[in-house]
Design a protein around this ligand. Structure first.
Ligand code: NAD
Length: 480
């Protein structure tokens, strides 16, 4: 049994209440660990520890804070296998995916922000002969970081690293559904020599523990990634307290396939962008719009390649599709499959729960599922499913597909496949999405702004945007 503890003031500690929640392995549906069921009193202790650590942490030269972050990155790299296995067991994702994506990207988050902070310059504005204005960026203070279950360590560190880099102290909560790698990270922070109280990790539910972080008056900014409904609730709680808020929320991302695309590349990448991590990546594209002249050929190739997506034990090397994260989530996705049938969708592939023989026979496995014949404005094509379910829809004109792509309440990411450079730029700029990929998907450059429009969130993470978010700009005007 993996007994997870909170990381408070530099130590691994049990929750004040002594209560624990079960941690379930999605591939087997078995309880395999215990998670602290922390509450407001644990959060208060974490905030007190962070406040005590703040003066000396924010006074440390940026290079020294950066050096510690790079040390944590090195430790993540050195423990890659252990962390990847823990992530796979906790989340249900294929071990191979955790090895090549989740854990290396978590290390690069620490390395990137640990070094970026050395290049984080402030501005000066000279009114010649009159005044000099210069901007000082103070760390916000104690901040809260709350993350979801789909890319557990990757998204957790994406918030924590920039906050620590600029001199904030952090109270962080990973998802109660996937807490394991955040716990292992606390052990690595102790090994790295991170000063006590600089980072505090409290485990528990959203209402019990996350809510206490959002409500605590000592927390000056909240960086949150999760569902849109939760984000709305968080904003309602935090706004009257005038906390800084960064909200990375849900999506319903379109994938536009034009007839002049490189078809082989479009099909291969669309399989990944539809079904990677069982479709449980906020950037996965769930609505595939295909220009009518290549609709049938794209569909045939897409369905052919789908057959190669082996569903199996996440620990097996050739598994491409692991388990969904929880039983509740599996049923949510199955309900959407039922809805798609009711809305007149024609099932082209998948649609059913799968039994994987052996140790995983009770796991939450679902076939990658493809529908066609659904209008762009039906619920299946408007609501976030967040699972391995996509729709194929033919289109006739560029304007039509742009309107359909923009027709949801979300605006996180979009993908365009075309070899026409003019079209690529034109369509990309017409899409209401914070991130647009052209002839690629999930391509990562940590310097770029990351985030969504409309109900997909407020603010941007990544690069200087993240460093700015965790600081308060102060302008000082000196008469010359
Ligand atoms: P969720 O909103 O249920 O939970 C996210 C986190 O918020 C968890 O740690 C949870 O415990 C916490 N939480 C829940 N209620 C809370 C409350 N009242 N106060 C404070 N914290 C609370 O989301 P989820 O199901 O874990 O994740 C899936 C969602 O996350 C999807 O909608 C997905 O699109 C979104 N997501 C977005 C991005 C992005 O970058 N935009 C990235 C990954 C996931």
């Amino acid at each position: 049994m993996l007994q997870i503890q909170n990381y408070l003031n530099g130590h691994l500690t049990p929750p004040r209440s002594g209560r624990y929640l079960d941690n379930i392995e999605p591939a087997t549906s078995q309880v395999y660990g215990q998670i602290p069921d922390s509450g407001p009193e644990d959060v208060a202790a974490a905030v007190a520890a962070a406040e005590a650590a703040l003066p000396s942490w924010r006074r440390l030269p940026a290079e020294e804070r950066g050096r510690l972050l790079v040390k944590i990155a090195d430790l993540i790299d050195a423990n890659l296998e252990h962390l990847a296995r823990a992530e796979s067991q906790d989340n249900g994702k294929p071990l191979g995916l955790a090895q090549i994506m989740d854990i290396p990207r978590a290390a690069s988050n620490f390395r990137f922000f640990g070094t970026a902070v050395e290049h984080f310059a402030t501005e000066a504005h000279l009114q010649e002969g009159i005044a000099l204005n210069y901007t000082v960026r103070h760390s916000v203070g104690v901040v809260g970081c709350i993350s979801p279950w789909n890319l557990p360590l990757y998204l957790f560190t994406w918030k924590i690293a920039p906050a620590l880099a600029v001199g904030c102290c952090v109270v962080a909560k990973p998802s109660e559904i996937t807490p394991a790698t955040a716990f292992l990270l606390s052990e690595l922070c102790i090994e790295a020599g991170l000063p006590a109280g600089v980072l505090n990790i409290v485990h528990g539910t959203g209402p019990g523990c996350g809510q206490a972080i959002v409500e605590h008056p000592g927390i000056k900014a909240i960086s949150f990634t999760g569902g849109t409904a939760t984000g709305r609730h968080l904003a309602a709680t935090a706004a009257p307290m005038f906390k800084k808020l960064s909200l990375e929320l849900g999506g319903k991302n379109p994938n536009l396939i034009f007839a002049d695309c490189d078809l082989a590349a479009a099909v291969a990448t669309s399989i990944r962008s539809s079904f990677a991590n069982q479709g449980q990546i906020c950037l996965c594209s769930s609505r595939i719009f295909i220009e009518r002249s290549i609709y049938e050929v794209f569909k045939t190739e897409f369905l052919k390649q789908l057959e190669l997506q082996k569903i199996g034990d996440p620990f097996e090397a050739d598994t491409k599709q692991g388990a969904l994260v929880s039983e509740a989530h599996l049923y949510k996705v199955l309900n959407y499959i039922r809805l798609a049938h009711e809305e007149g969708g024609i099932l082209l592939a998948g649609g059913h729960r799968v039994t994987v023989p052996g140790r995983c026979e009770r796991g939450y496995f679902l076939e990658p599922t493809v529908f066609e014949n659904l209008p762009h404005d039906c619920r299946t094509n408007q609501e976030e499913i967040f699972g391995p379910v996509v729709t194929l829809t033919p289109f006739d004109t560029e304007n039509e597909v742009i309107a359909w792509a923009n027709s949801t309440d979300y605006g996180l990411s979009a993908t365009i496949w075309t070899t026409n450079l003019n079209r690529a730029h034109r369509v990309a700029q017409a899409l209401h999405s914070g991130i647009v990929w052209v002839n690629t998907w999930l391509h990562r450059d940590l310097r770029t702004p990351f985030g969504g429009m409309k109900n997909s969130g407020i603010g941007r993470e990544g690069g200087l945007e993240a460093l700015r978010f965790f600081t308060e700009a102060q302008n000082i005007c000196v008469k010359v």
